[in-house]
Design a protein around this ligand. Structure first.
Ligand code: MLT
Ligand code: ZN
Length: 479
């Protein structure tokens, strides 16, 4: 680090300490350590300071100081990024800004179906607060017990029921954002309609902290769910899954809130590695769907709709077997299986991941083509393709061959990824459907994003963050 950079960093640390006090500053090595590695263990960074402001005014002071001194700031939520988006660079010249202390629920307006929360609120707590007011906040993620709403919005998280309620962006009405120079953008509206110019809110959602720090959000709520039917269904294949989805959506009046696809290997790996998981159906099938129908009505009649659809699909050969949860325990067991897939895949060894989306109707042919292309490169690779078929987002993951040579497998990662992503491109799909870009996928973004879109993104970045202090080295290629 240059002497000038060291001097700026030292000055920033001193001034931040004075502005937010010792309770807001972590400088001890052991306490800083958890902020320096992402949860997948892919990235390791360094920082002399984790600032933990307690209010929007304190965030504003931190950013104003860093802006003036040209010091990088890395916003940090629940540290559940898959792409290293919240891990500082290795040079140790950036300050980490944790939102954890800003975890207040500022207000809940049941009649307006909105809740206003600070960025550091844990997602599960927001859902619980909504439930306490007989309302439902639909964003659902495997990591909801630790991820924070600010991070969910900054990465535009998707999750398990985007099919019905949309992604984080669709659930946000307004944001409060601290801009890189410390100014506070008060966009905390709870209005559904506000046609007064450019939609600035949407600039910060999905920006991964590169344009400013989201400090609070006003979010949409929905009526509490009073009827839920959950089924674990063996389907004849991906095409049968897509047809079943279409039928269920039509028959249930849009009550389908989850439609997740799982291959047989996902059931085997979760049963092997995760205590308490077992196969909900007695005998093995090639692939499955975890499907949930829900309604705010007490007697919504979802069970006969589901049973009727499944029976017809069975006689048409789309469905081979199915079980509908008869108790909360059975429902939880089905969900545990689904949510444990990433953990089980990690426990099984190395994997090459793709987080892709294509139009739902194209999923079957995409899966067939991409699977054949991967197996042409590594014939013994194990395909663990699962995910949110209801919204077209697949975790097209490839596990190393059983008992194979791990180094040889991983040496083909770039080859496999570019092969899969070229197929995604042909389908006009996305090469990062829900996990964002972070540090991991910047080169991928450079390769697959429309050049005009990239150019506009750079223009926006330069105009909002002219000194380039916000989350350096993330999202934009080569910034
Ligand atoms: C999931 O859907 O389980 C998550 O996005 C995690 C993953 O892709 O592994
Ligand atoms: Zn996912």
């Amino acid at each position: 680090m240059s002497t000038e950079r060291t001097a700026s960093l030292d000055a920033a640390i001193k001034r931040i300490g004075r502005a937010i006090g010792p309770a807001g500053c972590i400088t001890e090595r052991e306490r800083i350590a958890p902020y320096l590695v992402d949860f997948r263990g892919l990235y390791h960074g360094a920082t002399p300071l984790v600032a933990r402001p307690n209010s929007t005014a304190e965030v504003s002071e931190v950013l104003a100081i860093c802006h003036e001194l040209g010091v990088g700031v890395v916003p940090h939520g629940g540290n559940t990024s898959y792409c290293g988006g919240a891990t500082p660079g290795a040079d140790g010249d950036e300050v980490v800004l944790s939102l954890a202390r800003m975890d207040r629920i500022r207000g809940l307006d049941a009649a307006n179906f909105t809740i206003t929360v600070e960025a550091g609120c844990i997602l599960a707590n927001v859902k619980a607060a909504a439930e306490g007011a007989d309302r439902f906040f639909p964003l659902s993620l495997g990591s909801e017990g630790s991820c924070q709403v600010g991070g969910n919005l900054a990465t535009n998280a998707g999750g398990l029921n985007a099919l019905r309620y949309g992604v984080a962006r669709d659930l946000a009405l307004g944001l409060e954002v601290v801009l890189p120079d410390g100014r506070v953008l008060d966009g905390l509206t709870s209005l559904r309609k506000d046609n007064t110019g450019y939609d600035l809110r949407d600039l910060f959602i999905g920006a991964e902290g590169t344009l400013g720090v989201i400090t609070a959000a006003s979010l949409k709520l929905f009526p509490a769910l009073r009827s839920i039917e959950t089924a674990f269904i063996a389907v004849a294949g991906p095409a049968a899954a897509v047809q079943l989805l279409e039928r269920l959506r039509g028959a249930s009046g849009e009550a389908v809130s989850t439609f997740e696809y799982l291959p047989r290997i996902a059931v085997e790996l979760t049963a092997r590695h995760v205590p308490g998981v077992s196969d909900p159906l007695g005998r093995p099938y090639d692939c499955y769907v975890l499907c949930e129908l829900s309604s705010s009505r007490d007697s919504a009649g979802l069970r006969p709709v589901l049973e009727g659809c499944l029976e017809r699909a069975m006689s048409d050969g789309l469905v081979l077997d199915a079980v509908i949860a008869e108790s909360l325990a059975q429902r939880n067991a089905m969900w545990k299986l689904r949510e444990s897939v990433p953990e089980a895949q990690r426990a099984e060894g190395a994997s090459i991941k793709h987080d892709v989306s294509v139009p739902v109707a194209s999923l079957p042919s995409f899966m067939e083509e991409a699977t054949a292309a991967v197996l042409a490169i590594i014939p013994m690779a194990r395909m663990v393709t699962y995910g949110h078929v209801g919204d077209g987002n697949l975790h097209f993951n490839v596990s190393e061959p059983a008992g194979g040579d791990r180094a040889a497998f991983m040496s083909r990662e770039a080859d496999i990824q570019s092969t899969v992503h070229e197929i995604v491109r042909r389908y006009r799909g996305s090469t990062s459907a829900e996990h964002g870009i972070g540090q991991l996928k910047r080169a991928q973004l450079a390769r697959y994003k429309d050049p005009v879109a990239l150019d506009l993104m750079r223009t926006i970045k330069r105009s909002l963050d002219p000194r380039g202090i916000m989350n350096p080295g993330k999202l934009l290629p080569g910034d």
